[in-house]
Design a protein around this ligand. Structure first.
Ligand code: ZN
Length: 409
């Protein structure tokens, strides 16, 4: 059976966290000098593990086992959000490296199926969310790359040129990659609250986003009688009240929702609002549920529009479909967790991940380890060492099991 080396795993994770260290976390946004230095270091570590290592033109780091023709692809991303945490996707990248080493040490690659390791570029969307995994899967066209810009307006193409990344883009190989496995920290509080060490992801949620805009008339708030106002705040606040009081009744047990922004202009105590805007999103792993909720939201907006003198416009700006993880891999992850003495929590991922892109092209699965206090995308992000090691052992056992099953046909 396969045995991972816990201290070696933790040493590599800590070494990677030194690139872009910020307080107790890491600031290593895609294409920053720290990100590129980390990616060059990963290329060396992959090569030192006996993998054929390649840093591609996007900054994706890819390591392949030269002695095999078929592999399980394992990995995640090593870029972070600004002032982010030290684990996030880095955990999944170093797990993959450790599993490739352990796989060889156990003699498992001699059966003809091995491990390829990857750190995708810009999962966090500094320039283009899931850039590396989308490019890897052939889901990006030249126009999207040409149009991508950072928050500061800097074009992605300029960041790529400044990074002096000359390598050929790496692409998925359907004849070689039998499945994709990604480990990640949970980034939420559910595992900790349930007292579990291992989470097995059954689906990655879909997202719907709406943008509401209202238009009324700015008038003196002291001299304009109430029935004569066209208050642009009214429809948005009525919508917010509907969300707070009514949405839970139509939502499912796994639905989450958020009014992320609400603005009124000109924004003075003595002026009736002339314009307003509100963003609303909801997420659920069930596509039919998302459709039903969207219909409820649009019906509520139509009702509110009827009852207000201000104008209300609403548009669905984002529809991201939920993605189911491969049932066989979900089963293999849960079985491996149980064999190692864990009681895995089966859950949906509320955040997007590279596996969401890969799952459209090959059987994919995800494992979560707990986030202390549910904290993530912040320097306070952390996971207990024993949970870090336990998660890698479960993923390694899963990979060994899947490789053996696939080799046996
Ligand atoms: Zn991540």
């Amino acid at each position: 059976m396969i045995t991972i080396n816990g201290p070696r795993l933790l040493d590599d994770l800590r070494a990677l966290a030194a690139f872009g260290r910020y307080e107790t976390g890491v600031d290593r946004v895609a294409f920053s000098p720290a990100d590129l230095a980390a990616r060059r270091w990963l290329t060396e570590r992959f090569a030192a593990a006996g993998l054929k290592a390649h840093l591609d033109g996007f900054g994706t780091v890819y390591g392949t086992m030269p002695e095999v023709g078929k592999t399980l692809l394992i990995g995640s991303h090593s870029d972070t959000v600004p002032k982010g945490g030290w684990l996030d996707g880095s955990l999944g990248v170093i797990y993959a490296l450790e599993i490739a080493r352990a796989f060889r040490e156990a003699g498992l690659s001699q059966r003809g199926i091995g491990i390829d390791v990857v750190s995708f570029q810009d999962e966090e969307g500094t320039y283009l969310a899931c850039l590396g995994s989308r490019a890897f899967c052939g889901d990006l066209d030249a126009a999207a790359i040409a149009a991508a810009r950072g928050k500061d307006g800097r074009p992605l193409t300029e960041a790529m040129a400044a990074g002096k990344l000359a390598g050929e883009p790496v692409r998925r190989d359907p004849a070689r990659h039998l499945a994709f496995l990604e480990a990640h920290i949970e980034q939420g509080p559910r595992l900790e609250a349930a007292g579990r060490s291992i989470g097995v992801v059954e689906a990655i949620v879909g997202i719907r986003r709406l943008w509401l805009q209202s238009a009324g008339q700015a008038d003196h708030a002291g001299t304009t009688p109430m029935p004569m106002r066209r208050d642009a705040g009214e429809p948005l606040l009525r919508f917010a009240a509907w969300v707070l009081h009514r949405f839970a009744a139509v939502a499912g047990p796994q639905t989450v929702w958020n009014i992320g922004s609400l603005a009124l202009e000109p924004g003075a105590a003595n002026v009736v609002p002339a314009r307003g805007s509100l963003s609303f999103e909801f997420r659920d792993p069930d596509a039919a549920r998302l459709d039903a909720l969207e219909a409820e939201v649009l019906a509520a907006i139509a009702d509110i529009r009827q009852g207000c003198r201000a104008r209300l416009d609403a548009a669905v700006t984002t529809r991201i479909a939920p993605v189911a993880m491969d049932a066989r891999i979900v089963g293999a992850l849960a079985a491996a967790a149980r064999e190692l003495g864990h009681d895995p929590l089966m859950l949906a991922s509320g955040a997007g991940h590279d596996a969401m892109i890969l799952a459209r092209h090959m059987p994919s699965g995800m494992l979560f380890v707990p986030s202390i206090g549910g904290r993530s995308h912040d320097v306070s992000e952390d996971t207990r060492e024993e949970d870090i090691v336990a998660g890698c052992a479960v993923l390694a056992r899963t990979a060994a099991r899947l490789a053996q099953e696939l080799a046996d046909g």
